[in-house]
Design a protein around this ligand. Sequence first.
Ligand SMILES: *Cc1c(COP(=O)(O)O)cnc(C)c1O
Length: 428
Amino acid sequence: MTYLSTRGQSPVVDAQSALRAGAAPDGGLYLPLSLPEFSPKDFDDTPELPRLAARLLAPFFAGTDLADPLPQICGSAFNFPVPRVQLGETGPQVLELFHGPTGAFKDFGARFLFRCFDAIARTDDPITVLAATSGDTGGAVGCAAEGSRQAGAVILFPKGRISPFQEHQLCCWNDPVRALRVDGDFDACQVLVKAAFADRDLSARHGLTSANSISIGRLLPQMSYWAHASLEIWRETGETPGLIIPTGNLGNAFAAVLARDCGLPIGPIHLATNANATLSDWHITGRYAARPSIATLANAMDVGAPSNFERLNLHDPEAIHRVHRVEDHDIQTRIRQTFEDEGYIACPHTATALEAYHRLPDAQREARPWLVGATADPYKFAETVEAVIGETPPLPPALAEVKQRPARVSDIPADLDALAEALNLQPA
Ligand SMILES: *Cc1c(COP(=O)(O)O)cnc(C)c1O
């Protein structure tokens, strides 16, 4: 399988090079040049998610050093449950993607990506993931990198601008993970990371790479759970489920599009966004205009320029059935309603998708089973949820474990020399 840049100005590469590079040299995103063709029968003997993932992903990594270790990578990356929860007798099924060690669906992509890095890094060809983060991604990356033998991670975050729990979740991981608290805002962190990548010497010495949502190593594994859940529903009912996916950078939803185009039994794909209107406006007008992001209760989806749009647009802009924009007020109402009606506690992101489900015309809702993506454990957004339902969501065991860990962090000023010095201290 070869991968082409969305901007078409870079050579085609294999999966291993695409994974190593993150973005293409022309600034585009790597996209598979063709897709494998599966039929549901091909997965009859892979009922568990890790084995299904290994089969589905095999063609994407064929011919590279990742082909052999792929089954082990899937087995150790996807070692947590992904339950489907039926809401009410006629309601949707919720696909809970948040039972990984950091309580958000980012664990799927981050764990897979890091295990790939660990499999391809060499002592004379190191890999260091450098990530500026304000939220879920950094925690998932840190956790995924802990204990990895060949690939390290350095996580930058802005001092005093993230919640105490978020900060703890960035600073509690052991070697080879390091957290750097930057004296500056989030933009300053991103500028620093870009400057480090642009410094050829520094970048080559540490094998710097990114772990953001444009990496195919995060995108592709996200096909697996949509494939798995849809196959189960298809076997149970003979119908293809519609998906409703809480969306920010469009990684999760674009992975579902790819899974459907590989032959998985998936029906219409709907996006749910928060008040950020870039995607809903695009879907109505056909014109795409990125805009500054605005802050909402579903803050992991506060995105004004969804990075995977470039992929979707080139691959098939018609793949998305509808985009539902859900304002904060409706997020709160949906969290309350779901709790009152079903006793189910949804995080604000999940609530956007539940609200989108309830906005579907009756005939559409009744025409097929619906699968709603649940992307974060509600405990991670305890303040928002508690303000609406009057109680604190239960602390899940994985997050209790995170809270108990000791934290360690280094403070650095927002300049490249300081970052370079910190990188040099990085254990090889
Ligand atoms: C990242 C994230 C999303 C958005 O996923 P994309 O792939 O960026 O669309 C939704 N919910 C939560 C909790 C997230 O962390």
